[in-house]
Design a binder for this molecule. Structure first.
Ligand SMILES: [Zn+2]
Length: 118
């Protein structure tokens, strides 16, 4: 499954590349080589919705003797996830700001590790 590139409007972004894209690690278009990413709020929103559906189906599955409710919940969770990722909008990002965000991430990780050692 491929997604439309926000730069050249060609289906040059791979499904997995889109899922794992962020400001620091953008997805690369195979058609034009341009970088783009999904907003972090979109990514976390999709994960949060998935967790909520999973917990809801788990609770329902425990309450009911049959596993049907749990299976339905899982199917719904996967369907919502696929649908949300298909709808998720991609934003173009320049190579400079991508590497800048990457550096900022490393800086934050470094500071966090530093405080973790204290
Ligand atoms: Zn492109």
């Amino acid at each position: 499954m491929t997604h439309t590139c926000p730069r050249c409007k060609q289906p040059g972004i791979g499904g997995l590349a889109k899922r794992w894209s962020s400001r620091a690690v953008p997805a690369k278009c195979t058609a034009c080589g341009g970088l783009s990413h999904v907003l972090a709020s979109t990514t976390s929103g999709i994960w949060a919705a998935g967790v909520v559906l999973f917990v809801a189906s788990l609770i329902g599955g425990v309450g009911l003797p049959s596993g049907l409710f749990f299976c339905c919940g899982l199917v719904l969770m996967v369907a919502c996830n696929v649908w949300a990722w298909r709808r998720a909008k991609m934003y173009p990002i320049s190579e400079e700001s991508a590497s800048g965000a990457n550096k900022a991430n490393w800086l934050i990780a470094g500071v966090a590790a530093f405080f973790g050692l204290l």
